[in-house]
Design a protein around this ligand. Structure first.
Ligand code: MTE
Ligand code: MO
Length: 150
């Protein structure tokens, strides 16, 4: 069980680490997911929403700025999303910025017009194009780390 998350700390290979609370996240361009079903890896449907509102993870990363030492550095970055219960999922830079998956990876604070409950995480991440959306539906999201693969 995680504790509710009220801010997102973005660090690692970024220009300057940032702790983005709800007010800071709401300054970024908002995005609506549209209808979304959360499906566990087992195939079981865990929940449905007409809409999640938040900001795209790509927008968060553009806002903070990934630290690139050379023009071929972007493609070696792994983006790690972590929750207060240490649930962890990963994305690659190419997946987020060079496939359509990235156009639906959302950091959300609202579900069907209501703030996310403490149980739902207060802040969550969802990857809307995944075949099974449960695994990369991260409740209590509180950390994004950009890791430069050696
Ligand atoms: N922080 C956190 N997020 C998590 C999990 C978890 O254990 N911790 N379990 C995942 C699993 S296995 C599934 S199927 C979905 C289920 O979403 P729900 O329990 O909110 O319906 O959340 C995912 N997100
Ligand atoms: Mo699951």
């Amino acid at each position: 069980i995680g504790t509710p998350s009220h801010s997102l700390r973005v660090g690692g290979a970024v220009k300057a680490s940032a702790d983005l609370d709800l007010a800071a996240l709401k300054q970024l361009t908002p995005h609506d997911s549209g209808p979304t079903t959360v499906v566990c890896a087992s195939g079981a449907t865990m929940g449905k929403a007409d809409n999640y509102r938040g900001v795209l993870l790509t927008e968060v990363l553009k806002h903070v700025g990934i630290k690139l030492d050379g023009h071929k550095d972007d493609r070696r970055m792994v983006i790690v999303a972590r929750a207060t219960d240490d649930y962890v999922v990963t994305f690659s830079w190419n997946e987020l910025f060079n496939t359509s998956i990235g156009k639906e990876v959302l950091v959300a604070w609202e579900k069907d017009g209501q703030p996310l409950s403490a149980k739902e995480g207060q802040l969550l991440l969802i990857s809307g194009q995944d075949i099974k959306t449960g695994p990369r539906h991260v409740r209590w999201l509180n950390r994004i780390e950009v890791v430069r693969m050696p």
